[in-house]
Design a binder for this molecule. Structure first.
Ligand SMILES: *Cc1c(COP(=O)(O)O)cnc(C)c1O
Length: 389
């Protein structure tokens, strides 16, 4: 194997723009006869000599060159000064960050956080390991008030599935003043549209499964920080709890990321167009999309994001049965959970019993893919017109 083109911590050198980093990063050094793309290094252990240095490769649960290709690119996208950490799943990364809360400490998180994050927090609370305070993340004053006894402020923006937008700069600054650790789940926005570390977050996590990998064929996660002590703790947790990705998944994720910029650009443009049309649709009671000028989160999103993403939530007219029948009648959209892939997915979120009751029963989450906008629209329009209002 050829040497890596740059060794950490060169990630901060913002010489190349993000869409170029996505294509050019994580490749072998440009030597004659070198392969253009990175290799998948399949090994559980590494040759070593008698004495060990901390940086040596020793065992496949501690380090892998294929993870590092991905970790390098992710760090550069999030403008972190240290390599990211890849995990077996997004939720493994979430669990690693929640492990930073001291025993008996307090976690503050949005009531509409990703359902798995809420479930994990509830599990830790039920076992007496920490206490949880859920907040309406749009209510900055209320979140700040909750910080007084907090150890970790968890943020998600836009939230899943309500698309609420948090005032990231204000909340992260308030947490910093009070010495409260912060983590932002940046899965929905992707680092192309939002870079929470620049707004003062200590840690960013991703479900790489979603937009980053982008093809609904990988489960993978990541955590990113510029704080060496935090990174050491997270990495220690990853190794000790065995939350490590397979090299093939890491390779697939980076392969998917090569096209992230064009996928995000295309799907966000389509999401904006669909949101505008859905707003006019007689069978749609409510559309939530931060890109709509009338959306409650629009101004915040415009101020802190470089785009509005490609998740749209709608509340159609009709009852649960009518809405489910409409979803079943779709031909282009796939009824499935998850999001961020090239294919458009749609889901009534409350079909999951764990989803909080504050999410409307008939709310549909639309993950807009990269198909032709007119095919997506005609499919939606046809089934919505069939709903008895
Ligand atoms: C899917 C998701 C997760 C969990 O990631 P997995 O890769 O499924 O473990 C966490 N946060 C958000 C916002 C998600 O959408």
């Amino acid at each position: 194997m050829t040497a890596r083109p740059e060794t950490p911590p060169a990630h901060g050198s913002a010489d190349l723009r993000p869409d170029t980093v996505l294509v050019a990063g994580g490749r072998p050094a440009p030597e004659h006869d070198a392969p253009v793309g990175p290799s998948i290094v399949l090994t559980s252990t590494y040759r070593g000599s008698a004495g060990l240095d901390a940086e040596d490769r020793t065992y496949g649960r501690f380090s892998n060159p294929t993870w590092e290709d991905l970790e390098d690119v992710l760090a550069r996208l999030e403008r972190a000064e240290l390599p990211a950490l890849a995990y077996a799943s997004g939720l493994a990364a979430v669990a690693s960050v929640l492990s930073l809360v001291p025993a008996g400490g307090r976690l503050v998180l949005p009531r509409h956080s990703y359902q798995g994050s809420l479930a994990l927090a509830a599990d830790l609370e039920a076992r007496g390991l920490l206490t949880v305070r859920t907040v309406d993340v749009t209510d900055t004053e209320d979140v700040v008030a909750a910080l007084d006894a907090a150890d970790l402020l968890w943020l998600e923006s836009p939230t899943n599935p309500m698309l609420e937008v948090a005032d990231l700069p204000a909340l992260l600054a308030a947490a910093r003043e009070r010495g409260v650790l912060t983590c932002v789940d940046n899965t929905f926005a992707t680092p192309l549209l939002q870079r929470p570390l620049e707004h003062g977050a200590d840690i960013v996590v991703h479900s790489v499964t979603k937009y980053l990998a982008g093809h609904s064929d990988v489960v993978l996660g990541a955590a990113v920080t510029s704080d060496p002590a935090l990174r050491t703790r997270l990495k220690g947790h990853r190794s000790l709890h065995g939350a490590v990705p397979g090299p093939f998944e890491a390779w697939l994720a980076l392969r998917g990321m090569r096209t992230l910029a064009v996928r995000v650009e295309r799907s966000a443009a389509t999401a904006g167009e669909l949101a505008r049309r859905l707003q006019q649709h007689p069978a749609v009671r409510e559309v939530r999309y931060p890109g709509l000028p009338g959306d409650p989160g629009h101004e915040r999103a415009a101020a802190q994001m470089d785009g509005f993403g490609s998740i749209v939530a709608i509340v159609p007219a009709g009852d649960v049965a009518a809405v489910e029948a409409a979803v079943d009648a779709l031909r282009v959209w796939t009824p499935a959970t998850s999001l961020g892939g090239v294919e458009s997915l749609i889901e009534r979120r409350r079909r999951h019993h764990e989803e909080p009751p504050s999410v409307p029963e008939t709310l549909l989450r639309l993950s807009v893919g990269i198909e032709n906008v007119e095919d997506l629209w005609e499919d939606l329009d046809r089934v919505l017109c069939g709903i008895d209002r």
